[in-house]
Write a protein that binds this ligand. Structure first.
Ligand code: BG6
Length: 479
């Protein structure tokens, strides 16, 4: 018997801001990403006040999918993708975010994309917001600090749900809603919620207020979506970097248990429809005054998600008596008391490579929530070299993907996890989120563009393209 269901959603994952380009085309407004410069490993991206002439903003052009979508979708069809996870740039639909009428040209653009995907039998899987808040809402309203932004988000969600209701079934609300729990890097609060912190503010208290508003926005979107089309399948989307205890010392175990609340806070609310006890207790102890409106309890209860989409790239480890600084941390995704895991290696960008951690994650999430799971991001960011014959032999990437797919199949076949699909991140090379680089490549299709924005943008299939094509063809039987 085949290990995976015949409808398993093999696909690819992308985000509008990282690959579409056309940042000022089709009536699009500026988003929070359009004022982010390029950084590199160890050098954070800068968020500038406006667009400055002497700075480079890699998201402005992305890989120019905006003008090349037919060519790219044909390649996705050739790869046999069954679905494509991408996002709708909020600023194409509501350029400033607070308009009452949507921008028809933006809506038409996504009609074109969806129709083109359907032509190749590729199911669109859409994220409502993948770090794409209109800049105007961030600057003038303070992003999700402001409850009005919840209304603007819901208007945007309703508009696209109505427009695409007969063509799109799978939706998710906010990409990696929980990665902003890491307030040590300002880009997370900025890209997720359009929020910057004042020096005298307690980042945690701000974060939880912002989180509450965003959780309300997510729940309202789910309820609206189900009203518009009861057949919609709407999930949340979290980043999951499991936190292991360093040893069997009970203090390490407890340290990891508490630290993992950073991972579970958002899905606990989005799946169960109410706040977990540990969060309420923490608000009380810290004296946090989180503004709650009448009716919020009902909104959360009525807007729970139907599946959990998540990204998985790496794991991390905590040790109870260790204090390092996040900046000094060799391992990304780490916490102030993270230590290196002696059993696993890391990528050039310091991301721990841990396929067993994916099987573990699938088990933990499924056992905690008993909802279908969808791996909507997983992949290996690295540099690629052309061989003399013009091909790219990206064996390291194939090995990474193979081991993670194997682990996922084990979770289904041996552990009984309900897994909907698997969409490797950056199926075609795109701009990196954390560093803004092009050379951190995840794609199975190479794009000729460098960190400074030079290149012909030519697309070339890597060896992983052919390998993944066969994985899909055999429904994961041949890896
Ligand atoms: C996730 C994001 O954090 O990881 C993506 O949802 C991002 O937008 C991906 O691109 C990989 O991160 P990076 O920084 O390597 O591009």
């Amino acid at each position: 018997m085949a290990k995976l269901d015949k409808n398993f959603l093999w696909g690819g994952a992308l985000a509008a801001n990282q690959f579409e380009g056309g940042y000022d085309q089709g009536g699009k407004g500026l988003s929070v990403h359009d004022v982010m410069t390029a950084g590199e490993h160890g050098k954070a991206r800068e968020i500038t006040e406006t667009i400055e002439d002497d700075k480079f903003y890699p998201n402005h052009d992305g890989i120019d999918f905006y003008n090349r979508y037919k060519e790219d979708i044909a390649l996705f069809g050739e790869m046999r993708l069954k679905c494509l996870r991408t996002s709708i740039a909020w600023t194409r639909i509501f350029p400033n975010g607070d308009e009452t009428e949507p921008n028809e040209e933006g809506l038409q653009f996504y009609d074109n994309i969806i129709d083109e995907l359907l032509k190749y039998n590729i199911e669109p899987v859409l994220t409502l917001s993948h770090f794409e808040m209109p800049l105007h809402l961030a600057r003038e309203y303070g992003g999700f600090r402001n409850r009005k932004v919840v209304d603007y988000f819901v208007r945007f969600a309703e508009t696209v749900f109505n427009r695409y209701k007969d063509k799109v079934k799978y939706w998710m609300t906010f990409n990696e809603i929980n990665n902003q729990m890491d307030t040590s890097n300002p880009i997370f609060l900025w890209t997720n919620s359009g929020v910057t912190l004042a020096e005298d503010e307690d980042p945690e208290e701000v974060l939880y207020q912002v989180a509450h508003n965003e959780l309300i926005a997510s729940a309202l979107a789910v309820s609206k979506g189900k009203e518009i089309n009861p057949d919609f399948i709407i999930g949340n989307m979290i980043s999951h970097v499991p936190i292991y205890p360093y040893s069997c010392n009970p203090n390490d175990i407890m340290e990891a248990e508490i630290a993992n609340r950073l991972r579970f806070f958002f899905p606990d609310v989005q799946v169960r429809g109410y706040y977990p006890g540990y969060a309420l207790k923490m608000f009380e102890k810290n004296g946090y005054d989180i503004k709650w409106q009448e009716g919020d309890d009902e909104i959360l209860k009525n807007g729970t998600v139907e599946y959990i989409a998540f990204s998985y790239y790496m794991s991390t480890v905590v040790k109870h008596d260790e204090v390092t600084s996040v900046e000094d941390n060799v391992v990304n995704g780490g916490l102030p008391n993270s230590v290196k895991n002696p059993y696993i290696k890391e990528s050039q960008w310091g991301w721990a490579i841990d396929p067993v951690g994916l099987r573990y994650t699938l088990n933990v999430l499924y056992n905690r929530y008993q909802l279908p799971l969808f791996i909507v991001e997983n992949g290996f960011g690295t540099t690629d070299e052309f061989k003399e014959d013009g091909t790219i032999d990206d064996q390291e990437r194939i090995d990474y993907l193979r081991e993670h797919i194997k682990a996922s199949i084990q979770a289904v076949d041996e552990d009984g996890v309900d897994l909907m699909g698997y969409t490797p991140w950056g199926i075609i090379d795109i701009v990196s989120f954390t560093t803004g680089e092009m050379k951190k490549r995840y794609g199975l299709i190479h794009v000729d563009r460098d960190n400074e924005g030079n290149g012909t943008l030519k697309r070339t299939k890597k060896n992983s393209f052919y390998w993944f094509n066969n994985v899909i063809k055999t429904n994961g039987e041949e890896l």
